[in-house]
Design a protein. Structure first.
Length: 148
């Protein structure tokens, strides 16, 4: 067998319907569109978003209430009690150490420390943001806080 011997299976290939090529073709005259009406015209019919004259969904949506701030910054949150259980006395707590301790899923997200729990270890905390109660608990334990 050679390449010129190959042919498609019988019945697998169908000729295209050629409309508007005369009555002898079987698809002449009105070209299978019927006689008159909106759907018989070129470009006829309604678009995909048409809802029978009712105000379409894409026009209704902006009227709904609400506002989403595009510039909102989402912080990864770490509580003080997590620092107590994962770090030892005198450690430096920064994004890399938090990621290595398994408290962060990504190093790209800014970090905020919150004040839930107790802290007895002296830590040096270097994060993007820190709450007031967390700052007082860290400093009361003898640690320091550095924020950019």
């Amino acid at each position: 067998m050679q390449i010129h011997d190959l042919s498609p299976a019988p019945g697998s290939r169908k000729k295209a319907k050629r409309v508007g090529r005369g009555h002898g073709s079987g698809h002449g005259g009105r070209s299978g569109r019927g006689d008159k009406g909106q759907l018989s015209r070129a470009g006829g019919g309604k678009g995909p978003g048409f809802e029978g004259g009712q105000n379409p969904l894409y026009m209704r949506l902006p009227k709904l209430p609400g506002f989403k701030n595009r510039f909102r910054v989402e912080f990864a949150v770490v509580n003080v009690w997590r620092l107590e259980e994962r770090f030892s006395d005198g450690d430096v707590v920064d994004i890399d150490s938090l990621f290595d301790a398994g408290l962060l899923k990504s190093k790209q997200v800014p970090v905020k420390v919150l004040g839930d729990g107790e802290l007895k270890k002296k830590l040096t905390v270097k994060v993007d943001k820190i709450s007031g109660p967390a700052r007082t608990k860290i400093e009361a334990a003898g640690g320091t806080v550095e924020t950019p």
